[in-house]
Design a protein around this ligand. Structure first.
Ligand SMILES: [Cu+2]
Length: 215
């Protein structure tokens, strides 16, 4: 029963995680909602308030006097437009954030980067944002979670009693076992296989006895 419950819980967690992951694929409109890809938006502040996750997209919307250059960190720091990693001038520009780490974007129009039209995007692994949302699936779990917890203290009551076979019902098979030496005793901890073994051994030993007597 506990196994079935655990399986159910695990399956629901996995399903929820998949849903969350789907829901988390976000398009980030650069500079929104109180600005855009322009010289007047505080893009650093915007980026610091966003969480960029692997699988998300950046969407740059801009007027024709701007463009989007992806550059190295050095070029980002120095606002150098001479050797961009990629260059886009057709708005809107969508950039897929397919890997963890930092990426650097600047506007290639002379002077715009120096005026602050630049942004560093730090992308994190898809798993890390899940924990906050993961609390939600765990909340339905508590009712079931309490049940598996109680069997853990073996000192409890009802669940513990079936385990010791010495109690009542399982003992009938054990009496014949008593004829054989100490072997059945260690078998007790694991009831199902041991009882079968005990019966086998008893039968074998009785047959052996019978043979001896016949001789
Ligand atoms: Cu520009």
């Amino acid at each position: 029963m506990a196994l079935a419950m655990t399986t159910k819980i695990l399956m629901s967690i996995v399903a929820t995680a998949m849903l969350i992951e789907l829901a988390l694929a976000v398009d980030h409109s650069v500079g929104a909602s109180s600005g855009g890809w322009d010289t007047s938006t505080d893009l650093g502040s915007w980026a610091s308030l966003e969480t960029f996750t692997v699988g998300d997209n950046l969407v740059f919307s801009y007027t024709p006097n701007h463009n989007v250059l992806e550059v190295s960190k050095d070029d980002y720091d120095s606002c150098s437009t001479s050797s961009p990693i990629s260059s886009n001038s057709l708005a809107p520009t969508t950039i897929a954030l397919s890997d963890e780490g930092s990426r650097y974007f600047i506007c290639g129009t002379p002077g715009h980067c120096d005026q602050g039209m630049k942004v560093e995007i730090k992308t994190v692994a898809a798993a890390s944002p899940a924990p906050p949302t993961a609390t939600t699936p765990s909340s339905p779990a508590p009712p079931t979670a309490t049940t598996p917890a109680s069997p853990t203290p073996p000192t409890a009551t009802t669940p513990a009693s079936p385990t010791p076979p010495e109690s009542t019902t399982p003992s009938p098979p054990s009496p014949p076992a008593s004829t054989t030496p100490g072997t059945p005793v260690p078998a007790n901890p694991s009831p199902p296989p041991s009882s079968a073994e005990t019966v086998k051994m008893t039968v074998v030993s009785m047959m052996g006895l019978g043979l001896l007597m016949m001789i």
